[in-house]
Design a protein around this ligand. Structure first.
Ligand SMILES: Cc1cc2nc3c(=O)[nH]c(=O)nc-3n(C[C@H](O)[C@H](O)[C@H](O)COP(=O)(O)O)c2cc1C
Length: 253
């Protein structure tokens, strides 16, 4: 059935399901559409500056990304602002369960609730935003693991933050939030996107460009989410409870 092929059609079917109140499980049993709820996406932004020059681009890029994600039918469960985090003193996982500070506990809850992540980073000296990396460092990989991520980068120059995006990949990989292959790079951010998050030229082309990346994110998020109903990903890949050296190869005592 054509309708059941591909994410785009799946989206249409989801809309139809919601509209007609068809039972998700009934369709699931056909083995064709195992998930029918909107994906929950947590966005982590990287902009921390409050005044220029150069001009501040973080808010316009965040609103552009938010709009693109929501237009595709996703729900943004959180937009995490690095300015709400202190420089890393003690990660969330290092606290005793009963004494985790409230902001960290709340952030963990939304990060855990998310099916997928979108990280938006400016390029500062060919590197990702230290504020964004600081946020990520507050949480252990068990929060992010077995869920995909997408990277959006931007800069004032012509490379659109590509170098920052590439450097962010291994960090997300280490956290288990595997980055999808397509990324979104926004060069000349101050001219490319309006203050309200609208592309200044060729919105159709921008939509296609974002669609390539976000459709990959949605595909993997759906797949991961559905497969968790069949197999517990943490069964043999347990969260590190004691020390990161738990990941090391065996050695002679
Ligand atoms: C400290 C600093 C370092 C920067 N380094 C780079 C860089 O390496 N490459 C680049 O293309 N743009 C660079 N830029 C330009 C930023 O990418 C651009 O100003 C962007 O808008 C910054 O994001 P923000 O406005 O959200 O802070 C730099 C800007 C600042 C403030």
């Amino acid at each position: 059935m054509n309708l059941l092929r591909g994410r785009c059609n799946t989206r249409k079917l989801r809309t139809a399901i919601i509209g007609t109140c068809l039972c998700h499980r009934a369709l699931s049993s056909l083995g064709r559409i195992p998930s029918c709820t909107a994906l929950k996406i947590a966005v982590v932004t990287g902009s921390t500056r409050t005044s220029g020059p150069p001009s501040i681009n973080g808010p316009r890029i965040a609103s552009f990304v938010r709009h693109e994600l929501e237009e595709r039918g996703n729900t943004i469960v959180a937009e995490i602002d690095p300015r709400d985090f202190p420089l890393l003193e003690k990660p969330e996982f290092a606290h005793h369960r009963r004494t985790v500070p409230k902001p960290l506990r709340e952030a963990r809850a939304v990060l855990e609730e998310a099916d997928a992540y979108v990280c938006i980073t400016p390029e500062y000296n060919h590197a990702p935003s230290p504020g964004l990396v600081n946020v990520l460092n507050h949480f252990g990989s068990s929060v992010f693991s077995f869920k995909p991520s997408a990277i959006v980068s931007y800069s004032a120059g012509q490379w659109g933050g590509t170098r920052a995006a590439i450097a962010l990949r291994p960090i997300l990989s280490e956290l288990g939030a595997l980055p999808v292959s397509a990324m979104i790079h926004i060069p000349n951010a101050q001219d490319a996107i309006d203050d309200d998050g609208t592309p200044t030229t060729d919105p159709k082309r921008w939509k296609e460009y974002c669609g390539r990346c976000f459709s990959q994110l949605e595909w993997w998020a759906d797949a991961a989410k559905n497969h968790k109903e069949i197999a517990d990903p943490f069964e043999e890949s347990k969260p590190f409870r004691l020390t990161p050296s738990q990941r090391n190869a065996p050695k002679k005592q």
